[in-house]
Design a protein around this ligand. Structure first.
Ligand SMILES: Nc1ncnc2c1ncn2[C@@H]1O[C@H](COP(=O)(O)OP(=O)(O)OP(=O)(O)O)[C@@H](O)[C@H]1O
Length: 250
């Protein structure tokens, strides 16, 4: 285990708890999915791991307390991306955004890094576009690219599968699976089908508390967890090829 969170509490102004005594362990070189309804604390947990929000309790990454680790040190090993992390209020081209995303890494061949990540995600056609002129799905791909380009040891992505079309989901899923050979990946997602294709380990949150954590096949044996938190039914379906996926029905 490389990340260990113990009794983490995040309290926002007004006393609202974004996380309430959350404890979990994240395994190295696996894809862990955070699931749970709106406002359950997924983003708060990712932001606490990335030291973007203060917390009580303990979060150890590689044995270091996150709150005491300088951001310059943390940003060398961990990269967090969400649609909020890229400002569309300034006029920058995509390649400039990707170049900036490499900070604070040194001795990098910037052009090669941009080229490789663009090929990986099929976004070479977007490199010279202005960031504030992209569609939501195009912007999402740039958010993902700006995290992957650093090849960080820890990849944190908040709803990377939001806004993207059905054809890109397998590309993203395969990319994350491939990257998990060398990185530890934590994503938040609302889509149990995408989670089934992508994740090894699942953490389910409700009202700031962790109500389930286990391997994907363990969640498949405990679909009541999902039914209780989302209030809809779920089933496991076997698709051609024999793979099993979780699907909601209502
Ligand atoms: N900056 C903030 N100030 C005050 N309250 C906040 C802030 N950010 C989040 N919250 C509150 O904390 C709780 C958890 O929010 P969070 O964004 O972590 O949930 P989430 O599971 O990611 O939700 P969603 O699926 O809707 O994105 C919510 O009640 C939210 O309103």
């Amino acid at each position: 285990m490389v990340i260990k969170a113990s009794n983490v509490v995040v309290e926002y102004t007004g006393g609202l708890k974004g996380l309430n005594n959350a404890s979990l362990e994240i395994m190295e070189k696996k894809v862990t999915c955070l699931m749970g309804p709106n406002a359950s604390g997924k983003t708060t947990l990712l932001r606490a791991l990335a030291r973007l929000v203060g917390y009580k309790g303990s979060i150890l990454i590689d044995g270091r307390e996150v709150s005491k680790t300088p951001l310059t040190v943390l940003s060398r090993i961990l990269s967090y991306g969400s649609q909020q992390t890229i400002s569309t209020s300034i006029q920058l081209r995509v390649r400039e955004v990707l170049e900036m995303a490499l900070y604070p890494l040194k001795n990098i061949d910037v052009e090669e890094a941009i080229y490789n990540t663009s090929i990986e995600l099929g976004i070479t056609g977007l490199l010279d576009r202005y960031i504030n002129e992209l569609s939501s799905g195009e912007l999402q791909k740039i958010v993902i690219a700006s995290v992957l380009i650093k090849k960080p040891r820890y990849i944190l992505l908040d709803e990377p599968d939001a806004h993207i079309d059905t054809g890109f989901k397998p590309v993203l899923s395969k990319t994350l699976r491939k990257r998990s050979r060398s990185s530890t990946i934590i994503i938040a997602t609302h889509d149990p089908i995408f989670a089934s294709y992508t994740c090894d380990y699942i953490v389910v949150l409700r009202s700031g508390s962790i109500v389930f954590h286990g391997w994907l096949n363990e969640l498949m044996e405990n679909l009541d967890v999902l039914r209780e938190v989302y209030g809809v039914e779920f089933m496991v379906a076997e698709i051609p090829g024999g793979m099993r996926i979780i699907i909601p029905y209502y």
